[in-house]
Write a protein that binds this ligand. Structure first.
Ligand SMILES: [Zn+2]
Ligand SMILES: [Zn+2]
Length: 331
C-alpha cells in the first residue's frame, strides 16, 4: 500500500516539474509526460533488440556488423540551450537493414515522401478505393532466398491473372519474414493497393491459389485510408520485431541476400521508390542550428555537446544540462 502512495506522490512531483518546464497547462503536461514515457519505453525496447541482433550477428560470424549495430546511435551531436533539444544528429548510423533504429528512420522518410504522392494519385483516380491486402505462403525451413524468389514469382503470376488486373490498378508491396521456431520462415506480403472494382476475399483467395498452384490460399483484403494503409505497409519493411526468435543460421541466410529488395511498387505507382538510398546519405549531415543560435523554444543561446543516447533521453525527460561540461538534475 505504501508503495502505491509513494508512486502517486512521485508522479505528482514529476507532473509539476513538467508543467514548470514547458509552461503549459496540466492536461498538456500530462500528455507530454505520457509521450516521453512511451518514447523511453520504445528506446529501451530497441536497445534490447539491438543487443539481441548483435549477439546473433556475432554467432553468425559477422563480428564487425555486430559492433556497428551496437555503435549505431549510441552517441549524438546535440545543440541545446541546456533544457531543450534544438537538434540531435547521431554521430554514427549503421544502416544495417535489420537495425531497429535505422528501420524506423527509413520508414519515417519513406512515409513523408510517399504520402503526398499517394494522395495525388488517389485524387486522379476518383473512383478507386484503397485496400490493404495480405498474401501468405506456407511456412518452411527452406532458405530465405528460396522463399523470396518463389513468392515474387507467385506475385508476378497473380498480376497476370485477368480478374486481379481488372480489379487492382497498382500499389506498394512489402515483404515480411518472421520466424516460427517449429515451422521455419513465415514469408508473406502486405500491399497497399488501388482497387478499381470491388474484390471479394473469396475471389482473391481463388486467384492467389491459382497463382501459387494451390500451395497458398490464405489472404486478407480490406478497405483502408491512405494514411493508415501507408503506415501499415511500411511498417513491415524489415520489421525486426521477432528477432529474438531468429537463429544464427537464419541471420546468415538473410545476410546472404545482400542487395535483395523487400519492397516495390507495381501498376499505376510504377516509378515511385519505396526506399531511397540517396536520401539516406543526404539526411545524415543536415544541420539547422549553429552554436550560439537562439533556442527555438526559449531563445537562450544554443551550445554543442556530444551525449550518449541515455544522456539525451534524460535531457529530453527533464534533466537539465548546465553546460557542455556537466549535468544538473532539476527535480
Ligand atoms: Zn542502425
Ligand atoms: Zn531552450
Amino acid at each position: 500500500m505504501s508503495a502505491v502512495i509513494a508512486l502517486d506522490h512521485k508522479s505528482v512531483t514529476s507532473l509539476d516539474t513538467a508543467a514548470q518546464l514547458y509552461g503549459e497547462g496540466l492536461p498538456e503536461a500530462l500528455g507530454a509526460r505520457e509521450q516521453r514515457k512511451r518514447k523511453q519505453k520504445r528506446c529501451s525496447d530497441k536497445r534490447k533488440t539491438k543487443v539481441v541482433l548483435a549477439q546473433l550477428l556475432r554467432a553468425a560470424g559477422y563480428a564487425d556488423k555486430a559492433a556497428e549495430v551496437l555503435r549505431c546511435r549510441s552517441k549524438y551531436g546535440v545543440r541545446t540551450c541546456g533544457r531543450h533539444v534544438a537538434q540531435k544528429i547521431p554521430t554514427f548510423r549503421c544502416r544495417f537493414p535489420l537495425c531497429p533504429d535505422c528501420a524506423v528512420e527509413r520508414r519515417c522518410r519513406s512515409e513523408k515522401r510517399l504520402l503526398p504522392r499517394l494522395r495525388q494519385a488517389l485524387a486522379q483516380m476518383k473512383h478507386d478505393r484503397l485496400v490493404f491486402i495480405t498474401l501468405t505462403a506456407p511456412n518452411s525451413f527452406e532458405h530465405l532466398a528460396t522463399h523470396h524468389a518463389r513468392f515474387r514469382e507467385w506475385f508476378r503470376r497473380l498480376r497476370r491473372n485477368a480478374r486481379w488486373a481488372h480489379r487492382i490498378r497498382g500499389g506498394i508491396i512489402s515483404f515480411e519474414m518472421t520466424v516460427n521456431p517449429n515451422s521455419g520462415w513465415h514469408y508473406h506480403a502486405h500491399l497497399l493497393a488501388f482497387r478499381k472494382v470491388y474484390y471479394d476475399q473469396a475471389e482473391l483467395t481463388e486467384d492467389w491459389m491459382s497463382a501459387t498452384n494451390g500451395e497458398a490460399f490464405m489472404v486478407d483484403i480490406r478497405e483502408t485510408t491512405v494514411e493508415e494503409g501507408l503506415r501499415e505497409v511500411l511498417k513491415y519493411i524489415y520489421k525486426p520485431a521477432d528477432l529474438e526468435r531468429w537463429t544464427a543460421d537464419q541471420v546468415r541466410e538473410f545476410m546472404s541476400m545482400k542487395g535483395a529488395r523487400f519492397s516495390s511498387v507495381f501498376g499505376n505507382l510504377y516509378g515511385m521508390k519505396v526506399e531511397d538510398d540517396a536520401e539516406d546519405d543526404a539526411e545524415s549531415g543536415a544541420e539547422e542550428y549553429g552554436e550560439g543560435d537562439a533556442c527555438p523554444e526559449c531563445g537562450d543561446p544554443l551550445f554543442s555537446v556530444i551525449l550518449t543516447s541515455e544522456e539525451l533521453e534524460a535531457l529530453e525527460a527533464g534533466v537539465w544540462l548546465r553546460n557542455k561540461h556537466g549535468t544538473e538534475v532539476c527535480h
